[in-house]
Ligand binder design. Structure first.
Ligand code: GAR
Length: 360
């Protein structure tokens, strides 16, 4: 037996649903979007949005309006199929298809209790017309963050890139904040960096770095360094190498990895391990580089992306960016200014990897 395809609701039917909920003291959540190729980022966003109320309706852009918004090659999936897939999700109670560029008229008809929007918006940067409609129906507005590393555009790019075999598989090692890692993920999502993070490895089990990997759906591995605060023993070195090999990593990226990487990885990935360091190497190698730059009364500092060899912070320099040291700078202030440059420099070096490799 085959089930009938889903029939999207009309705005009037959704309004009846809203009114029924209202009389029960319950709330209808409304969100809108294209939802062309569903990925885990959508699912998590929709679950979060649904949790704001008691039922949720999705206003789905019609095929014609998607073409207007995203160009002639989109959507990949027809509006009825997109509606059917969405309606099958646990978080979704109703789908309504709309053809206008804006959801204003729909908001006015449905009068949702809660409006959820994903992404880089703030309440003030919402479309003024939609915002006015929401205010006039008294809807609460919630902006929910998007899940890093997931987007329909990056999924399509991965599927259609004729170099899909040529995409770099990155193995990323970090111990701390993971801000450079997030910059890499953002560059992948935007299509600036044609790569995939195949594995993320850390010596710190509860690091933000590993949390970022987990929430982006990337295999996140903690390698136990043992009890010594600095050493990374033979067993740990071997475990890292095994994970990198198993994940078929092409390039190893060290971002704030506070242990020294040794054999067998150094040989297995010779010329294919990069590190980002917060100084203009060869100045201020090792730990606390921003502090060393201030103590040395340098007038500028910066960051270096370089190849990793057995000698610490001494491998071939691939790229550098400088920042001024300003009066009153503390090591923390200077470091955050340096990091802004790192977030640009590291994805750029990786996106130009083939050029760098041929120059080695
Ligand atoms: C970065 O600034 C990186 O240059 C530095 O650790 C920070 C990691 O930040 N690395 C070193 O000092 C290595 N000697 P993040 O975890 O936010 O990316």
């Amino acid at each position: 037996m085959t089930a009938d395809p889903y029939t999207p609701m009309t705005p009037e039917q959704v309004r009846l649903l809203r009114d029924r909920l209202h009389t029960q003291g319950k709330k209808l959540v409304f969100t809108n979007g294209v939802f062309d190729i569903l990925h885990a980022g959508h699912v998590r966003y929709l679950n979060e949005a649904r949790a704001l109320g008691d039922a949720m309706v999705i206003a789905l852009n019609s095929d014609a309006s998607v073409r207007e918004l995203k160009g002639p090659t989109r959507p990949v999936n027809h509006e009825n199929d997109r509606a059917e897939v969405l309606a099958a999700l646990r978080a979704v109670d109703a789908v309504v298809v709309f053809g206008d560029k804006r959801a204003t008229a729909l908001i006015e008809t449905i009068q949702p209790h809660i409006y959820a929007k994903g992404g880089d918006y703030t309440v003030d940067s919402l479309n003024p017309e939609e915002r006015a409609a929401l205010d006039s129906v008294g809807a609460e507005i919630h902006i929910l963050p998007l899940v890093p590393g997931r987007s329909t555009t990056s999924t399509i790019q991965r599927m259609t890139s004729d170099a899909s075999k040529g995409r770099l598989r990155l193995g990323v090692l970090g111990s701390g904040e993971g801000s450079n890692f997030r910059a890499i993920l953002a560059a992948i999502t935007s299509g600036q960096l044609e790569a995939d993070v195949a594995v993320a490895i850390s010596d710190v089990a509860d690091s933000k770095f590993l949390q970022t990997a987990r929430s982006a759906g990337i295999p996140a591995i903690h390698v136990d360094p043992g009890s010594h605060p600095k050493r990374f023993g033979e067993a740990a070195q071997k475990e890292v190498a095994d994970h990198l090999q198993r994940a078929r990593v092409d390039v190893v990226v060290l971002i704030g990895f506070m242990r020294i990487l040794k054999e067998p990885t150094l040989s297995q990935y010779s010329g294919r391990i990069v590190n980002v360091h917060p100084s203009l190497l060869p100045k201020h190698k090792g730990a606390n580089a921003p502090q060393l730059a201030i103590e040395a009364e340098d007038c500028e500092s910066g960051c270096t992306v370089h190849l990793v060899t057995a000698e610490i912070d001494a491998g071939r320099i691939l790229a550098q960016a400088s920042v001024p040291i300003l009066p009153g700078d503390t090591p923390e202030i200077l470091h955050s200014r340096i990091k802004e440059q790192e977030h640009r420099l590291l994805p750029r070096v990786l996106s130009e990897w083939k050029k760098h490799v041929s120059a080695i």
